[in-house]
Design a protein around this ligand. Structure first.
Ligand SMILES: Cc1cc2nc3c(=O)[nH]c(=O)nc-3n(C[C@H](O)[C@H](O)[C@H](O)COP(=O)(O)O)c2cc1C
Length: 393
């Protein structure tokens, strides 16, 4: 079956979508998500570790997962913002985690999670201004994440395709010693790896004589203050986890609420981290982030990139300290150098790619040690089912 998730809020595009997919040999079902209750993924990990394959959020997305189990080809129809898909389009993919399980594997040399059911091919149809090249790469990567291939990326508004909104902003270095930090993780602050990373990073900031204020987007009551701080300060860092090959839908939604013009330009820098060790998993997200500051009248202050953050919140105190210590140094570095633009920061990123002998080693280690470790975590979480069970089959 071919499933189309149409996340557009206005306009009837069913005829156009059907025409675009007319060559498809399987049955096509279009679901319009506009009237459905679909929340953002909150990264609780219950669909991997507590109730394998079943999302803890009880809303209309469960009916979509039940369809995905019978689907080979998934098309997302989405509006665009910041030349990427908007938060409504991203949200339905962030919620796709129950289609994978916690166990790790390598596919085409990339570290990935095992498929819970079968491979899914992914395609994208977008309305508005999109960065075609970035969207194609993202679609390929997302499909590979789900074990399939890209079905293509199609612009509904051909004449808008390739247009840019880039504004030239000087790439100054700011000397301001007060930093506004926004944690873009949808996961509750006390459980968020980003928050733990920031706790270490801000110690470094303070050691270098800086002050900071921190807002967490997982708490909606902080959005107004975060927006106000974003508009009134000139040194801002947005820190976030990688979510389905790019930034979380929650962060995209927050960004949509920000004014795109400001009186004084500011420096906007990023800290991006992800579950997998390999730095190359994060480079597309970094590319997207690099294109953002000029769209808010800000100049780009670089992006600190590092993989391997998945286990931080499950580590004991000693392990956490060891993993987080380098971020403390980065806090000092940021104040001393003025940005994350230094080429030497490439070294901070974990290995760009895991060399194949290590991949083999990890595979063996996974079978012998890690799998058991994951199973034990799950037991501690009260899980009674195998982690690779298929609840909707
Ligand atoms: C919905 C979802 C999608 C994710 N997608 C990716 C991904 O594509 N690549 C990756 O390396 N990690 C991915 N991760 C892992 C997170 O980036 C990682 O666990 C991070 O440490 C979470 O930080 P937080 O606790 O602050 O949210 C994903 C996690 C979730 C919940």
């Amino acid at each position: 079956m071919t499933l189309v998730l149409n996340t557009l809020e206005s306009g009837d595009y069913s005829e156009q979508i059907n025409a675009l997919l007319s060559g498809t040999d399987s049955k096509v079902e279009i679901i319009n998500t506009a009237g459905m209750r679909i929340a953002h993924c909150i990264g609780c990990n219950q669909c991997w570790l507590k109730t394998p394959g079943v999302c803890s959020i009880k809303d209309d997305y469960e009916s979509i997962v039940k369809k995905l189990v019978k689907t080979r080809n998934l098309w997302i129809v989405s509006d665009t913002r910041f030349r990427f898909i908007d938060y409504r389009g991203k949200k339905v993919l962030d919620r796709i985690m129950p289609m994978l399980n916690m166990y790790l594997t390598f596919r085409n040399g990339w570290m990935r999670h095992e498929l819970r059911y079968h491979a899914l091919n992914v395609g994208l149809i977008y309305r508005g201004i999109g960065n075609q090249e970035l969207l194609e790469e993202w679609c390929e990567r997302t499909a590979a994440n789900l074990g399939g291939h890209s079905l293509g990326v199609i612009a509904l508004d051909k004449e808008l395709n390739g247009a840019t909104q880039q504004v030239e902003v000087p790439s100054e270095i700011t000397q301001a010693k007060h930093v506004v930090i926004i944690n873009g993780s949808p996961r509750a602050k006390k459980l968020s790896n980003t928050d733990k990373i920031l706790q270490s990073f801000t110690k470094g900031l303070e050691e270098a004589g800086a002050t900071y204020e921190l807002y967490s987007l997982s708490n909606r009551s902080e959005w107004d203050s975060a927006r106000e701080a974003f508009m009134t300060h000139n040194r801002i860092i947005i820190a976030m986890p990688l979510y389905v090959e790019c930034v979380p839908g929650t962060l995209l939604e927050f960004l949509e609420t920000l004014p795109t013009k400001r009186e004084q330009p500011a420096q906007l820098s990023f800290m991006l981290h992800g579950g997998f060790e390999e730095g190359r998993q994060l480079r597309l997200g970094e590319k997207f982030l690099k294109s953002l500051p000029s769209q808010f009248g800000c100049f780009y202050g670089g992006c600190l990139v590092r993989g391997g953050s998945f286990m931080i919140r499950m580590f004991n105190e000693k392990q956490t300290k060891a993993v987080l210590l380098p971020y403390r140094g980065m806090g000092e570095f940021f104040i001393e150098k003025g940005s994350f633009l230094s080429p030497e920061l490439k070294k901070f990123t974990s290995p760009e790619q895991i060399p194949w002998p290590f991949r083999m080693l990890i595979k063996v280690l996974f079978k012998l040690v890690l799998k058991k470790k994951f199973n034990n975590f799950a037991k501690e979480w009260g899980c009674t089912k195998p982690l690779n069970s298929k609840p909707y089959k």
